[in-house]
Design a protein around this ligand. Sequence first.
Ligand code: NAD
Length: 303
Amino acid sequence: MGERPLVWIPRPVHDDGLALLRDHADVRLGYGDAATTFDDIAGQVAGILLRTARVDGAMMRRAPALTIIARHGVGLDTVDLDTAEQRGIVVTTTPTANTQSVAEHTIALLLAVRRGIGVAVRNEGDTRAAIQGRELSGSTLGLIGFGRIASRVAHIARQGFGMRVLAYDPLLPDAGIAAAGAEPAPLDRVLAQSDAVSLHVPLTERTRHLIGLAELLSMPKGGVVINTSRGGTVDEDALLSALRQGHLAGAGLDVTVLEPLPADHPLRTEPSVIITPHVGAQTAEAMRRMATDAAGKIIEHLA
Ligand code: NAD
């Protein structure tokens, strides 16, 4: 046992990831009855499987044997990347583990908004007569960003619902977009021709407020916006304005600038807006894949 590398897991992860790691390493948990703190094992720890905790530069400097931090998920904001790089510590993520889950959540929001499910579930007054949904079949979906999640969404939308799919992603070759089953198009054409626009870009200086009032008003009247990417890619004030003007028919948001979204936020009182609290990746399957993918990266690296 003493020969096996020591791996620390500060917060609970799926049992299958734990079991996989335990076959190859001496695993210490930062939770539960026999919780091990970082300071307990800083001198020997070789790897960290990191879900929600933070690893800062001071921790890395106290851990001479540490060579890998495997993130459970994709965000890297909880790791001091500069110090990791200086110390030659490999930092990995699990970029494909939640792709299908987020794609399915995107479709769930799209269906819910187009069918007025939010209003129907609240069922206030004469809801039945007031609701007239729209089918997805034959309508056009515009994807902004065409990476892993968007290409899964495109596949489901085309194969499952017979939608036409347009995609704007200036960082990808048109041929690649076409090969994955969407029509490549510039942003203005995607907006002008899409009944539903769905965002799948990272939040960067270039994508912050990528969709503002002018963009929303350039969509066909009655269009809907879905965002499962990051809050801030859509200007929320502009979104409210386009909804209140009656230009947009609704929106489905899994991400907002403020998370959790305050109870008195104006987006919450818009009847045609469906908000979920950043749960796009919260499935049993994604949780399991994130844990086993991260464990696999540690095992591969330490071998
Ligand atoms: P990805 O890296 O595979 O795809 C992102 C795409 O955006 C890339 O193809 C890139 O070329 C494109 N892009 C970058 N800048 C652009 C710009 N200015 N205009 C248009 N396209 C641009 O990422 P992914 O795994 O598909 O994730 C997409 C988004 O979903 C990310 O924002 C990610 O943070 C978010 N996400 C959300 C959840 C959730 O729980 N809701 C879970 C996972 C990921």
